[in-house]
Write a protein that binds this ligand. Structure first.
Ligand code: 5AD
Ligand code: SF4
Length: 484
Protein backbone atom coordinates (compact mmCIF):
# COMPACT_ATOMS: atom_id res chain seq x y z
CA UNK A 1 0.00 0.00 0.00
CA UNK A 2 1.04 3.52 -0.54
CA UNK A 3 0.60 5.19 2.76
CA UNK A 4 -0.21 8.83 2.36
CA UNK A 5 0.69 9.83 5.87
CA UNK A 6 3.77 11.97 6.11
CA UNK A 7 6.94 10.34 7.29
CA UNK A 8 6.89 12.31 10.47
CA UNK A 9 3.28 11.63 11.26
CA UNK A 10 4.08 9.21 14.03
CA UNK A 11 6.48 11.62 15.62
CA UNK A 12 3.56 13.80 16.49
CA UNK A 13 1.46 10.92 17.66
CA UNK A 14 0.48 10.93 21.29
CA UNK A 15 1.39 7.87 23.21
CA UNK A 16 -2.08 6.43 23.60
CA UNK A 17 -1.89 3.03 22.00
CA UNK A 18 -4.97 1.58 23.61
CA UNK A 19 -7.55 0.22 21.26
CA UNK A 20 -10.98 1.74 21.38
CA UNK A 21 -13.21 0.13 23.92
CA UNK A 22 -16.79 0.51 22.95
CA UNK A 23 -19.55 0.17 25.43
CA UNK A 24 -21.95 -2.19 23.81
CA UNK A 25 -24.56 -1.77 26.51
CA UNK A 26 -26.63 0.71 24.52
CA UNK A 27 -29.79 -1.01 23.50
CA UNK A 28 -30.18 -0.26 19.89
CA UNK A 29 -33.57 -1.19 18.57
CA UNK A 30 -33.57 -0.16 14.98
CA UNK A 31 -30.23 -1.68 14.05
CA UNK A 32 -30.46 -3.98 11.08
CA UNK A 33 -27.53 -6.04 10.00
CA UNK A 34 -27.83 -7.50 6.60
CA UNK A 35 -26.01 -8.20 3.45
CA UNK A 36 -27.51 -6.07 0.77
CA UNK A 37 -26.63 -8.52 -1.96
CA UNK A 38 -25.05 -7.72 -5.27
CA UNK A 39 -27.90 -5.92 -6.93
CA UNK A 40 -26.44 -3.79 -9.68
CA UNK A 41 -26.38 -0.05 -9.12
CA UNK A 42 -28.41 0.57 -12.30
CA UNK A 43 -31.43 -1.05 -10.65
CA UNK A 44 -31.64 1.71 -8.08
CA UNK A 45 -33.91 4.63 -8.83
CA UNK A 46 -31.61 7.02 -10.70
CA UNK A 47 -32.75 10.00 -8.67
CA UNK A 48 -31.98 8.91 -5.12
CA UNK A 49 -29.77 11.96 -4.76
CA UNK A 50 -32.34 14.45 -6.09
CA UNK A 51 -29.61 17.07 -6.26
CA UNK A 52 -28.49 16.56 -2.66
CA UNK A 53 -24.90 17.45 -1.83
CA UNK A 54 -22.44 14.67 -0.97
CA UNK A 55 -19.10 15.12 0.77
CA UNK A 56 -16.58 12.30 1.23
CA UNK A 57 -13.77 12.55 3.73
CA UNK A 58 -10.94 10.19 2.78
CA UNK A 59 -8.20 8.79 5.02
CA UNK A 60 -5.32 6.42 4.44
CA UNK A 61 -3.87 4.77 1.41
CA UNK A 62 -4.28 5.18 -2.33
CA UNK A 63 -6.76 2.30 -2.35
CA UNK A 64 -9.07 4.45 -0.24
CA UNK A 65 -8.53 7.44 -2.53
CA UNK A 66 -9.60 5.25 -5.46
CA UNK A 67 -12.55 3.87 -3.51
CA UNK A 68 -13.74 7.42 -2.75
CA UNK A 69 -13.60 8.24 -6.45
CA UNK A 70 -15.73 5.18 -7.06
CA UNK A 71 -18.23 6.29 -4.39
CA UNK A 72 -18.47 9.78 -5.85
CA UNK A 73 -18.93 8.35 -9.35
CA UNK A 74 -21.65 5.91 -8.26
CA UNK A 75 -23.47 8.60 -6.28
CA UNK A 76 -23.25 11.11 -9.12
CA UNK A 77 -25.09 8.53 -11.25
CA UNK A 78 -27.85 8.78 -8.62
CA UNK A 79 -27.98 12.54 -8.96
CA UNK A 80 -25.96 13.45 -5.89
CA UNK A 81 -23.81 16.54 -6.34
CA UNK A 82 -20.29 16.58 -4.88
CA UNK A 83 -19.69 19.53 -2.54
CA UNK A 84 -16.45 20.96 -1.17
CA UNK A 85 -17.22 21.09 2.58
CA UNK A 86 -19.17 18.97 5.09
CA UNK A 87 -21.24 22.08 5.95
CA UNK A 88 -22.74 22.12 2.45
CA UNK A 89 -23.52 18.40 2.41
CA UNK A 90 -26.77 16.47 2.83
CA UNK A 91 -24.85 13.20 2.82
CA UNK A 92 -21.42 12.82 4.43
CA UNK A 93 -19.33 9.70 3.96
CA UNK A 94 -16.14 8.99 5.88
CA UNK A 95 -13.86 6.60 4.04
CA UNK A 96 -11.76 5.49 6.95
CA UNK A 97 -8.34 3.92 7.59
CA UNK A 98 -7.37 1.59 10.44
CA UNK A 99 -3.77 0.74 9.55
CA UNK A 100 -2.58 2.36 12.80
CA UNK A 101 -4.43 3.45 15.90
CA UNK A 102 -3.81 7.11 15.14
CA UNK A 103 -5.72 6.83 11.86
CA UNK A 104 -8.71 5.41 13.75
CA UNK A 105 -8.58 8.28 16.25
CA UNK A 106 -8.73 10.76 13.38
CA UNK A 107 -11.87 9.14 12.04
CA UNK A 108 -13.62 9.16 15.42
CA UNK A 109 -12.70 12.76 16.03
CA UNK A 110 -13.92 13.89 12.62
CA UNK A 111 -17.20 12.00 13.03
CA UNK A 112 -17.56 13.76 16.40
CA UNK A 113 -17.45 17.15 14.71
CA UNK A 114 -20.39 16.16 12.49
CA UNK A 115 -22.72 15.97 15.48
CA UNK A 116 -23.11 19.77 15.43
CA UNK A 117 -23.89 19.72 11.72
CA UNK A 118 -26.60 17.18 12.34
CA UNK A 119 -28.12 19.34 15.07
CA UNK A 120 -28.41 22.15 12.53
CA UNK A 121 -29.58 19.94 9.67
CA UNK A 122 -31.57 16.98 11.00
CA UNK A 123 -31.93 15.44 7.52
CA UNK A 124 -28.18 15.13 7.16
CA UNK A 125 -27.14 11.47 6.71
CA UNK A 126 -23.74 10.22 7.83
CA UNK A 127 -22.15 6.96 6.67
CA UNK A 128 -18.80 5.45 7.62
CA UNK A 129 -17.08 3.17 5.12
CA UNK A 130 -13.57 1.86 4.56
CA UNK A 131 -11.40 -0.08 6.97
CA UNK A 132 -12.77 1.26 10.27
CA UNK A 133 -16.30 0.51 9.04
CA UNK A 134 -15.22 -3.02 8.20
CA UNK A 135 -13.42 -3.46 11.50
CA UNK A 136 -15.92 -1.91 13.88
CA UNK A 137 -19.27 -2.59 12.20
CA UNK A 138 -22.11 -2.17 14.73
CA UNK A 139 -19.77 -0.78 17.40
CA UNK A 140 -19.56 2.38 15.36
CA UNK A 141 -23.29 2.93 15.28
CA UNK A 142 -23.71 1.96 18.92
CA UNK A 143 -21.10 4.37 20.20
CA UNK A 144 -21.55 7.20 17.68
CA UNK A 145 -25.28 7.92 17.49
CA UNK A 146 -24.84 10.52 14.74
CA UNK A 147 -23.87 7.75 12.28
CA UNK A 148 -26.74 6.50 10.10
CA UNK A 149 -24.99 3.66 8.31
CA UNK A 150 -21.78 1.68 8.10
CA UNK A 151 -20.55 -0.02 4.97
CA UNK A 152 -17.61 -2.37 4.51
CA UNK A 153 -14.81 -2.36 1.97
CA UNK A 154 -16.58 -4.95 -0.20
CA UNK A 155 -19.89 -3.07 -0.26
CA UNK A 156 -18.98 0.04 -2.24
CA UNK A 157 -20.88 -1.07 -5.32
CA UNK A 158 -23.98 -1.50 -3.18
CA UNK A 159 -23.72 2.04 -1.87
CA UNK A 160 -26.48 3.52 -4.10
CA UNK A 161 -28.87 0.84 -2.90
CA UNK A 162 -27.87 1.29 0.72
CA UNK A 163 -28.24 5.07 0.54
CA UNK A 164 -31.64 4.67 -1.15
CA UNK A 165 -32.77 2.51 1.76
CA UNK A 166 -31.45 5.02 4.29
CA UNK A 167 -33.54 7.73 2.66
CA UNK A 168 -36.71 5.67 2.35
CA UNK A 169 -37.05 3.71 5.58
CA UNK A 170 -34.95 5.91 7.89
CA UNK A 171 -33.51 2.86 9.66
CA UNK A 172 -29.88 2.62 10.67
CA UNK A 173 -28.04 0.01 8.66
CA UNK A 174 -24.82 -1.95 8.51
CA UNK A 175 -23.61 -3.54 5.33
CA UNK A 176 -20.18 -5.03 5.95
CA UNK A 177 -20.11 -8.58 4.61
CA UNK A 178 -17.29 -9.72 2.38
CA UNK A 179 -18.43 -10.92 -1.03
CA UNK A 180 -16.08 -13.89 -0.81
CA UNK A 181 -17.49 -15.74 -3.79
CA UNK A 182 -18.02 -12.79 -6.11
CA UNK A 183 -15.21 -12.31 -8.63
CA UNK A 184 -13.41 -8.96 -8.63
CA UNK A 185 -15.00 -7.57 -11.78
CA UNK A 186 -15.23 -3.81 -11.61
CA UNK A 187 -14.26 -1.12 -14.04
CA UNK A 188 -12.22 1.84 -12.88
CA UNK A 189 -14.47 4.75 -11.98
CA UNK A 190 -12.62 8.01 -11.61
CA UNK A 191 -14.10 11.43 -12.19
CA UNK A 192 -11.09 13.44 -13.35
CA UNK A 193 -8.20 11.07 -13.96
CA UNK A 194 -5.74 13.84 -14.89
CA UNK A 195 -2.40 12.84 -16.40
CA UNK A 196 -1.34 10.16 -13.92
CA UNK A 197 -3.85 7.87 -12.28
CA UNK A 198 -4.25 4.59 -10.42
CA UNK A 199 -5.82 1.36 -11.63
CA UNK A 200 -6.75 -1.33 -9.12
CA UNK A 201 -5.50 -4.71 -10.28
CA UNK A 202 -5.97 -6.71 -7.10
CA UNK A 203 -7.44 -6.29 -3.66
CA UNK A 204 -7.21 -7.97 -0.30
CA UNK A 205 -4.28 -9.79 1.24
CA UNK A 206 -3.64 -13.39 2.27
CA UNK A 207 -0.23 -12.86 3.85
CA UNK A 208 -1.26 -12.22 7.44
CA UNK A 209 1.81 -10.34 8.57
CA UNK A 210 1.37 -10.49 12.33
CA UNK A 211 1.18 -6.69 12.74
CA UNK A 212 -1.28 -5.98 9.94
CA UNK A 213 -5.03 -5.50 10.03
CA UNK A 214 -5.43 -5.41 6.23
CA UNK A 215 -6.30 -9.11 5.75
CA UNK A 216 -9.20 -8.50 8.15
CA UNK A 217 -10.37 -5.17 6.72
CA UNK A 218 -9.86 -5.90 3.02
CA UNK A 219 -10.54 -9.63 2.95
CA UNK A 220 -9.06 -12.33 0.76
CA UNK A 221 -6.83 -11.57 -2.14
CA UNK A 222 -8.55 -11.29 -5.53
CA UNK A 223 -7.19 -10.27 -8.93
CA UNK A 224 -9.03 -8.58 -11.77
CA UNK A 225 -8.96 -10.28 -15.18
CA UNK A 226 -6.16 -9.05 -17.46
CA UNK A 227 -8.54 -8.01 -20.25
CA UNK A 228 -10.54 -5.80 -17.87
CA UNK A 229 -7.37 -4.04 -16.77
CA UNK A 230 -6.23 -3.49 -20.35
CA UNK A 231 -9.66 -2.15 -21.28
CA UNK A 232 -9.49 0.28 -18.35
CA UNK A 233 -6.04 1.50 -19.32
CA UNK A 234 -7.15 2.07 -22.93
CA UNK A 235 -10.21 4.03 -21.78
CA UNK A 236 -8.07 6.14 -19.46
CA UNK A 237 -5.65 6.89 -22.30
CA UNK A 238 -8.60 8.20 -24.33
CA UNK A 239 -9.38 10.48 -21.41
CA UNK A 240 -5.88 11.96 -21.50
CA UNK A 241 -4.02 9.70 -19.07
CA UNK A 242 -0.31 9.17 -19.78
CA UNK A 243 0.73 7.24 -16.71
CA UNK A 244 -0.94 4.47 -14.70
CA UNK A 245 0.06 3.06 -11.35
CA UNK A 246 -1.14 -0.53 -11.01
CA UNK A 247 -2.50 -0.77 -7.50
CA UNK A 248 -3.03 -3.56 -5.02
CA UNK A 249 -2.18 -4.49 -1.43
CA UNK A 250 0.16 -7.01 -2.96
CA UNK A 251 0.51 -6.41 -6.68
CA UNK A 252 3.14 -9.00 -7.37
CA UNK A 253 1.01 -11.89 -6.20
CA UNK A 254 -1.43 -10.96 -9.02
CA UNK A 255 -2.85 -14.08 -10.72
CA UNK A 256 -5.38 -14.38 -13.54
CA UNK A 257 -5.69 -17.84 -15.09
CA UNK A 258 -1.98 -18.48 -15.49
CA UNK A 259 -1.01 -14.85 -15.99
CA UNK A 260 1.24 -13.40 -13.30
CA UNK A 261 2.18 -9.83 -12.46
CA UNK A 262 5.17 -9.74 -14.81
CA UNK A 263 2.91 -10.93 -17.67
CA UNK A 264 0.36 -8.27 -16.76
CA UNK A 265 2.97 -5.50 -16.83
CA UNK A 266 4.33 -6.72 -20.15
CA UNK A 267 0.78 -6.75 -21.56
CA UNK A 268 0.06 -3.20 -20.35
CA UNK A 269 3.39 -2.08 -21.86
CA UNK A 270 2.94 -3.77 -25.25
CA UNK A 271 -0.85 -3.88 -25.77
CA UNK A 272 -1.72 -0.30 -24.81
CA UNK A 273 -0.30 3.11 -25.72
CA UNK A 274 0.32 4.11 -22.13
CA UNK A 275 3.53 6.13 -21.73
CA UNK A 276 4.46 5.28 -18.16
CA UNK A 277 3.69 2.36 -15.86
CA UNK A 278 4.26 2.22 -12.11
CA UNK A 279 3.06 -0.25 -9.49
CA UNK A 280 2.57 -0.45 -5.76
CA UNK A 281 2.90 -2.21 -3.40
CA UNK A 282 5.03 -5.26 -3.96
CA UNK A 283 6.08 -7.86 -1.41
CA UNK A 284 9.73 -8.91 -1.29
CA UNK A 285 8.86 -12.61 -1.14
CA UNK A 286 7.07 -12.38 -4.51
CA UNK A 287 9.64 -10.18 -6.26
CA UNK A 288 11.35 -12.54 -8.69
CA UNK A 289 13.86 -12.41 -11.52
CA UNK A 290 11.08 -12.60 -14.12
CA UNK A 291 9.58 -9.39 -12.77
CA UNK A 292 12.96 -7.63 -12.73
CA UNK A 293 13.63 -8.85 -16.31
CA UNK A 294 10.23 -7.55 -17.42
CA UNK A 295 10.97 -4.15 -15.90
CA UNK A 296 14.33 -4.11 -17.67
CA UNK A 297 12.88 -5.23 -21.01
CA UNK A 298 10.16 -2.56 -20.96
CA UNK A 299 12.26 0.11 -19.30
CA UNK A 300 11.02 2.85 -21.61
CA UNK A 301 7.54 2.39 -20.14
CA UNK A 302 7.95 0.71 -16.75
CA UNK A 303 9.49 3.30 -14.45
CA UNK A 304 12.76 2.63 -12.63
CA UNK A 305 11.31 3.01 -9.16
CA UNK A 306 10.30 0.29 -6.73
CA UNK A 307 8.67 0.65 -3.33
CA UNK A 308 9.62 -2.54 -1.52
CA UNK A 309 8.61 -2.61 2.16
CA UNK A 310 11.25 -4.34 4.28
CA UNK A 311 9.51 -3.57 7.63
CA UNK A 312 12.66 -4.55 9.57
CA UNK A 313 16.32 -5.33 8.99
CA UNK A 314 16.43 -8.09 11.60
CA UNK A 315 15.73 -11.66 10.48
CA UNK A 316 14.52 -12.50 13.98
CA UNK A 317 11.93 -9.71 13.88
CA UNK A 318 10.98 -10.50 10.27
CA UNK A 319 10.24 -14.06 11.32
CA UNK A 320 7.98 -12.90 14.15
CA UNK A 321 6.31 -10.55 11.67
CA UNK A 322 5.61 -13.56 9.40
CA UNK A 323 7.15 -11.76 6.45
CA UNK A 324 8.49 -14.96 4.85
CA UNK A 325 11.95 -13.60 4.11
CA UNK A 326 15.17 -12.94 6.00
CA UNK A 327 17.42 -9.89 5.91
CA UNK A 328 19.73 -11.84 3.57
CA UNK A 329 16.86 -12.75 1.21
CA UNK A 330 15.77 -9.14 1.12
CA UNK A 331 19.28 -7.98 0.27
CA UNK A 332 19.53 -10.64 -2.45
CA UNK A 333 16.33 -9.31 -4.05
CA UNK A 334 17.70 -5.77 -3.93
CA UNK A 335 20.97 -6.89 -5.54
CA UNK A 336 19.02 -8.68 -8.27
CA UNK A 337 16.91 -5.57 -8.92
CA UNK A 338 19.90 -3.21 -8.99
CA UNK A 339 21.68 -5.52 -11.43
CA UNK A 340 18.68 -5.67 -13.79
CA UNK A 341 17.75 -1.97 -13.52
CA UNK A 342 20.95 0.09 -13.12
CA UNK A 343 19.24 3.44 -12.35
CA UNK A 344 16.76 1.95 -9.94
CA UNK A 345 15.46 4.16 -7.12
CA UNK A 346 14.13 2.43 -4.03
CA UNK A 347 11.85 3.31 -1.16
CA UNK A 348 10.54 1.24 1.73
CA UNK A 349 8.19 0.94 4.70
CA UNK A 350 9.60 0.30 8.16
CA UNK A 351 8.02 -0.47 11.51
CA UNK A 352 10.02 0.39 14.63
CA UNK A 353 9.27 -0.97 18.08
CA UNK A 354 7.66 -4.20 16.93
CA UNK A 355 7.13 -6.43 20.00
CA UNK A 356 10.44 -7.82 21.24
CA UNK A 357 12.57 -5.54 19.03
CA UNK A 358 15.93 -5.08 20.78
CA UNK A 359 18.40 -2.25 20.28
CA UNK A 360 20.46 -4.71 18.17
CA UNK A 361 17.43 -5.56 16.01
CA UNK A 362 16.72 -1.88 15.54
CA UNK A 363 20.33 -1.14 14.57
CA UNK A 364 20.09 -3.90 11.95
CA UNK A 365 17.20 -1.93 10.45
CA UNK A 366 19.21 1.30 10.48
CA UNK A 367 22.11 -0.51 8.82
CA UNK A 368 19.85 -2.04 6.19
CA UNK A 369 18.55 1.41 5.27
CA UNK A 370 22.13 2.53 4.64
CA UNK A 371 23.22 -0.67 2.94
CA UNK A 372 20.35 -0.53 0.44
CA UNK A 373 20.44 3.25 0.06
CA UNK A 374 16.70 3.94 0.10
CA UNK A 375 16.03 7.45 -1.18
CA UNK A 376 12.77 7.58 0.75
CA UNK A 377 11.57 5.72 3.82
CA UNK A 378 8.07 5.58 5.29
CA UNK A 379 8.61 4.63 8.92
CA UNK A 380 6.05 4.08 11.65
CA UNK A 381 5.91 3.18 15.29
CA UNK A 382 4.35 -0.25 15.77
CA UNK A 383 0.69 0.09 16.65
CA UNK A 384 -1.21 -2.96 17.96
CA UNK A 385 -4.21 -3.73 15.75
CA UNK A 386 -7.37 -5.69 16.50
CA UNK A 387 -7.47 -9.36 15.42
CA UNK A 388 -3.71 -9.47 14.77
CA UNK A 389 -1.27 -11.92 16.35
CA UNK A 390 1.36 -9.36 17.30
CA UNK A 391 -1.13 -7.36 19.36
CA UNK A 392 -1.18 -10.36 21.74
CA UNK A 393 2.61 -10.71 21.96
CA UNK A 394 3.69 -10.08 25.52
CA UNK A 395 6.93 -8.24 24.85
CA UNK A 396 5.37 -4.94 23.69
CA UNK A 397 7.82 -2.04 23.52
CA UNK A 398 7.54 1.14 25.54
CA UNK A 399 6.07 4.06 23.65
CA UNK A 400 9.02 6.28 24.60
CA UNK A 401 11.46 3.74 23.18
CA UNK A 402 9.48 3.55 19.93
CA UNK A 403 9.50 7.33 19.61
CA UNK A 404 13.21 7.55 20.29
CA UNK A 405 13.97 4.84 17.71
CA UNK A 406 11.74 6.44 15.10
CA UNK A 407 13.50 9.79 15.60
CA UNK A 408 16.89 8.15 15.36
CA UNK A 409 15.91 6.29 12.19
CA UNK A 410 14.63 9.46 10.49
CA UNK A 411 17.73 11.45 11.55
CA UNK A 412 20.03 8.77 10.26
CA UNK A 413 18.11 8.45 6.98
CA UNK A 414 17.79 12.23 6.48
CA UNK A 415 21.54 12.68 6.55
CA UNK A 416 21.98 9.99 3.89
CA UNK A 417 19.06 11.17 1.74
CA UNK A 418 20.36 14.78 1.58
CA UNK A 419 23.68 13.43 0.33
CA UNK A 420 22.06 11.05 -2.16
CA UNK A 421 19.79 13.59 -3.83
CA UNK A 422 22.58 16.16 -4.24
CA UNK A 423 23.86 14.11 -7.18
CA UNK A 424 20.66 15.03 -9.07
CA UNK A 425 21.63 18.71 -9.15
CA UNK A 426 22.72 19.64 -12.66
CA UNK A 427 21.17 16.50 -14.17
CA UNK A 428 18.53 16.70 -16.91
CA UNK A 429 15.50 14.53 -16.09
CA UNK A 430 12.50 13.53 -18.20
CA UNK A 431 9.48 15.02 -16.43
CA UNK A 432 5.88 14.13 -17.20
CA UNK A 433 4.03 17.37 -16.38
CA UNK A 434 0.97 16.63 -14.23
CA UNK A 435 -0.52 19.96 -13.21
CA UNK A 436 -0.11 23.66 -12.62
CA UNK A 437 1.46 24.65 -9.31
CA UNK A 438 -0.31 26.76 -6.76
CA UNK A 439 2.60 29.12 -7.22
CA UNK A 440 1.76 31.19 -10.28
CA UNK A 441 3.68 30.44 -13.47
CA UNK A 442 4.95 27.07 -12.28
CA UNK A 443 4.05 23.50 -13.15
CA UNK A 444 4.90 20.21 -11.50
CA UNK A 445 5.56 16.70 -12.66
CA UNK A 446 7.47 13.53 -11.88
CA UNK A 447 10.72 12.08 -13.05
CA UNK A 448 11.00 8.47 -14.19
CA UNK A 449 12.27 7.67 -10.68
CA UNK A 450 9.18 9.31 -9.14
CA UNK A 451 10.78 12.57 -7.96
CA UNK A 452 8.39 15.50 -7.73
CA UNK A 453 9.84 18.46 -9.64
CA UNK A 454 8.56 22.08 -9.74
CA UNK A 455 9.63 24.47 -12.48
CA UNK A 456 8.56 27.57 -14.41
CA UNK A 457 6.42 26.55 -17.36
CA UNK A 458 3.13 27.08 -19.11
CA UNK A 459 0.03 24.96 -18.33
CA UNK A 460 0.18 23.94 -22.02
CA UNK A 461 2.90 21.52 -20.94
CA UNK A 462 0.46 19.45 -18.86
CA UNK A 463 0.44 15.90 -20.23
CA UNK A 464 3.76 16.34 -22.03
CA UNK A 465 7.12 14.85 -21.13
CA UNK A 466 9.83 17.50 -21.08
CA UNK A 467 13.52 17.81 -20.19
CA UNK A 468 14.11 19.65 -16.93
CA UNK A 469 17.48 20.54 -15.45
CA UNK A 470 17.53 20.10 -11.69
CA UNK A 471 18.70 23.24 -9.92
CA UNK A 472 17.99 22.31 -6.29
CA UNK A 473 17.36 18.83 -4.86
CA UNK A 474 15.79 18.18 -1.46
CA UNK A 475 14.86 14.63 -0.39
CA UNK A 476 11.12 15.12 -0.97
CA UNK A 477 11.04 17.64 -3.79
CA UNK A 478 13.22 19.09 -6.55
CA UNK A 479 13.32 22.46 -8.26
CA UNK A 480 14.40 22.75 -11.87
CA UNK A 481 14.29 24.71 -15.09
CA UNK A 482 12.87 23.74 -18.44
CA UNK A 483 15.48 22.85 -21.05
CA UNK A 484 14.20 24.50 -24.24
N1 5AD B 1 1.77 -0.56 13.09
C1 5AD B 1 2.60 0.28 12.45
N2 5AD B 1 2.74 0.31 11.12
C2 5AD B 1 2.01 -0.57 10.39
N3 5AD B 1 1.95 -0.80 9.08
C3 5AD B 1 1.06 -1.79 8.86
N4 5AD B 1 0.54 -2.22 10.02
C4 5AD B 1 1.13 -1.48 10.99
C5 5AD B 1 1.03 -1.46 12.40
N5 5AD B 1 0.22 -2.31 13.06
C6 5AD B 1 2.80 -0.11 8.11
C7 5AD B 1 3.65 -1.09 7.32
C8 5AD B 1 2.98 -1.10 5.99
C9 5AD B 1 2.49 0.33 5.90
C10 5AD B 1 1.44 0.59 4.88
O1 5AD B 1 1.99 0.58 7.19
O2 5AD B 1 4.96 -0.57 7.25
O3 5AD B 1 3.85 -1.43 4.94
FE1 SF4 C 1 -0.50 -6.14 5.57
FE2 SF4 C 1 1.52 -7.87 5.14
FE3 SF4 C 1 -0.70 -7.95 3.58
FE4 SF4 C 1 1.00 -5.87 3.35
S1 SF4 C 1 1.49 -8.04 2.91
S2 SF4 C 1 -1.25 -5.74 3.48
S3 SF4 C 1 1.71 -5.62 5.46
S4 SF4 C 1 -0.60 -8.40 5.78
Amino acid sequence: MVDQSSQNEDLMQDSNLNEHHHSSEDSFQSLIEENLGAEPAEKVNQDVGAGRGVYISTYGCQMNVNDSERMYSLLEMQNFVPVQTPEEADLILVNSCSIREKAVHKVYSEVGTFRKLKDKKPDLKIGVGGCVGQQEKENLIKTQPMIDFVFGTDQIDNLPQLVAQIYTDKTKRISAKFEHRAPYHVETLVRNPGVATFVNIAKGCDNFCTFCVVPYTRGREKSRPLQHILADVRTLIQRGVKEVTLLGQNVNSYKDSGIDFADLMAAVATETDIERIRFTTSHPKDFNQKLADTMALHNTKIMEYVHLPCQSGSSRVLDRMNRNYTREHYLEKIAMLKKSIPNLVLSTDIIVGFPGETEEDFMETVNLVHEVGFETIFAFKYSPRPFTKAAKFEDQIDEAVKTERLNRLFDSHDAMAFEMVKSYEGQILKILVEKADREFGKVQGRSTSNKLVHFLGSPDLIGKTVDVKITKAFPAVFRGELVQ
